[in-house]
Write a protein that binds this ligand. Structure first.
Ligand code: NAD
Length: 330
């Protein structure tokens, strides 16, 4: 099957070509999918897209007109696809529900440890011959309360890592995970989790219920000086309200791998351009904010698995087999 890839990076091409044992024709485009670029998929039966491709109703309409039948997401989240439009046009949507929950959970821990122990600052200091410890004080994680919002595949790995650190782990989810309860995790209402946790980490999907789950009101419920980690999706947090909480000192640390307006910034080199996004520039100015550019998934294991599962989804669709990873809406 001919598949047009949008938002292709060198590593996508490398891992997908290596895994392409069914010999699909892979057409790699660097441009993201938008309503304007959708026509570039003409001649393909499928498109393969990533987190910031804009698969809205207009893009889907054009894809449909150009003969595309399958939208294959090479990621887990599908909040960037207008599922109602896909359904209306009879398009099939598949994704990679789990490629390495460890990759993302471990990155959340990396953000947390870096913010706490300031290893990024220590690294720069020592390289400049500055061996002072002034202002590098951290805190023991052992014995601290960590709140996990969303205990699916990633959140449950993160919760277990935190248990390994000797933390008390609270969780909030619409479904309780009995295995985690047996290991000592306690489910509580969201308000209680926010007010009791020194560290809060977000691992739920972005949808209508979770949009701006962290907002001015919920930030007020958090413990003064608490740490917030977001490796989920940018819009789980109201960035402006979070900035206010940082400025007032109420929020003690922020570690994010995702950002509400990331689609015009992330995965690209802007080092020689003037960044116009005032919000991220302000965030970057805080000494207690750590930003990575949506790299939590970025491990060798995860990239291999993403390519394997996406190509399997495409082969299954072509062969008319049942689609294990189809995204369905009611
Ligand atoms: P998952 O589906 O296994 O788990 C999500 C959990 O969130 C489920 O337990 C679900 O019940 C819970 N949930 C749903 N709605 C909720 C709500 N309103 N309140 C509280 N909990 C709710 O998904 P996963 O594989 O663990 O991934 C979680 C999210 O992480 C994805 O949706 C994606 O947005 C994000 N993600 C980010 C990266 C990255 O590189 N930064 C990589 C992969 C996934």
């Amino acid at each position: 099957m001919t598949v047009t890839f949008f938002s292709t990076k060198s590593y996508d091409r490398e891992y997908f070509e290596r895994r392409n044992s069914d010999h699909h024709i892979l057409r790699f485009l660097e441009t993201p999918l938008t309503e304007q670029t959708a026509q570039l998929a003409a001649g393909s039966k499928a498109v393969c897209i990533f987190v910031n491709d804009r698969c809205n109703a207009d893009a889907i309409k054009t894809l449909n007109e150009k003969g595309i039948r399958l939208i294959a997401l090479r990621c887990a989240g599908f909040n960037n696809v207008d599922m109602a439009a896909a359904k209306a046009h009879g398009m099939t949507v598949v994704r990679v529900p789990a490629y390495s929950p460890h990759a993302v959970a471990e990155h959340a821990v990396a953000l947390m440890l870096t913010l706490n122990r300031k290893t990024h600052k220590a690294y720069n200091r020592v390289r400049e011959g500055n061996f002072s410890l002034e202002r590098l004080t951290g805190f023991d994680l052992h014995g601290k309360t960590v709140g996990v919002v969303g205990t699916g595949k990633i959140g449950s790995v993160f919760a277990q890592i935190m248990l390994g650190f000797g933390c008390r782990v609270l969780a909030y989810d619409i479904f309780e995970n009995q295995e985690l309860i047996a290991k000592g995790v306690r489910y509580v209402p969201l308000g209680e989790l926010l007010s009791a946790s020194g560290i809060v980490s977000l691992h739920c999907p972005l949808n209508d219920q979770t949009h701006h789950l962290v907002n001015a009101e919920s930030l007020k419920k958090m413990r003064p000086g608490a740490m917030l980690i977001n490796t989920g999706r940018g819009a789980l947090m109201d960035t402006r309200a979070t900035l206010v909480a940082l400025k007032s000192g109420r929020l003690g640390y922020l570690g994010i791998d995702v950002y509400e307006q990331e689609e015009n910034l992330f995965f690209q080199d802007h080092s020689e351009t003037i960044i116009q996004d005032e919000l991220i520039l302000r965030l970057m100015s805080f000494p207690n904010v750590l930003i990575t550019a949506h790299q939590a998934f970025f491990t060798d294991e995860a990239l291999s698995e993403i390519a394997r599962v996406t190509l399997q989804n495409i082969s299954d669709f072509e062969a008319g087999k049942p689609l294990e990873n189809e995204v369905k809406i009611q």
